[in-house]
Design a protein. Sequence first.
Length: 464
Amino acid sequence: MKFLLIYPASRKYELASKKFFSTGAFLPPLGILYLAKMLEINGHDIEVLDCTAEDISENKLKEKILSSDAVGMTIFSDPAAMNNSIMISNLVKERDPAVPLLIGGPHCSFLPEQSLLSHHADICVRGEGELVIAPIAEAIEGKRELSTIPGIYYKEDNKIRKTEPAKQIDDLDALPFPDRHLVNKYEYGFMQGVKIAKGKATSLLASRGCPYHCKFCGLHSHIPGYQRRSVNNVTKEIQEIVDEGYTTLAFVDDNFLFQQKEVEKIMDFIIQKDMNVRLWIEEARVDSANRILFQKMRDAGVEILSFGIESGNQDVLDFYNKRITLTQIRDAVNLGKEMGFFINASFILGAPIETKKHIKNTIKFAKSLPLDSVEFYNLGYGFGAPLWKEAVAEGKIQPDEFFIDADSRRGLSNFTEEELINYTMKASNSYYLNPKLWMRELFYAFANKDFRFLKLGLKLLTGS
């Protein structure tokens, strides 16, 4: 069978609430590439369309649909990506109503029945898809019944039917590596038109899930447990990636540094093999910072490290159940800068306990840290997060509302949504107009003869 797998993300990155810039082809869609590998192993022909990496015209999409036996698509909850996926699903069914449309991804795990209906899809996968995608292909071919496949919702006789939930994959080492050759037609590593990756860029996962339970995070609603691949399995993939000519590797785990000894072994492997790669760590906690680990990360080639800091107030951090302190934040950022890392951090404004003083403290705290880039968001109540569940129980949010911005008019904050958007914009502008930031970036650029991040920062500042 010929499968067309579509990644319909929005091509937008949020620097502050409602303040977007274009990501372009940043990193490849790993989830789809895992599914593609499972299908290829079972003898199917796959084509991947990444909407972040190319502008796909309606005519081109229609041509691809006509040449495919089935279409699959990843569904996300954020409004921009959701609008794209609904638009694409409408085109699929308009062009060929008979072609099977499969959907999966985080939003499908949150609201499978709603996802099935809103996208006019035929089959919706709830949870991980690697172990069910090949059986679904068999069902499409008429070789088995959909009712025998766990973890799916599907349409039959004008009714929506569901099967028993699928078990979470316990042994990640048993999965084959993602099928990266399917996106060789794209060049990744761009933001706002600036190539920030040196050479050929890709991403990988050493784990799935997170052992922490921050109150604003809905991750556990679609990845309930935490699984980690063995060091041997991860290093084997790294070797394969490097052998294929990749020179920038981004770890996109939700909490890559959690098991520090394993991370040290991965870094030791890269150092011993003298791989000469650039490493990005997209999600990290500040309480993972220690000098030995960070030194090995530096020696292995880590250049970008992103922290979820969230607030400059200890009582707000405690409210969010972050289980970190302001001292840990400052120590981790300072240690990262000592190692020469480009440090990114995210902050959230609008917790129900926050006042104007809290917000001012967070902005002041952010500006006091030697960070290289920041994002300020207003608090969102995402499906399944502890805060979302509390708001649903109190009748402030309806169970089918999968993402609601904090707003005093709904009892979700002390500020209106508009006020919080304004605060995040002011915070972002204040940070990026800070002369100390530009002195740091100029020093880094000229000291290292590396102007990638300075060029990106200037584009973000000017909006060009």
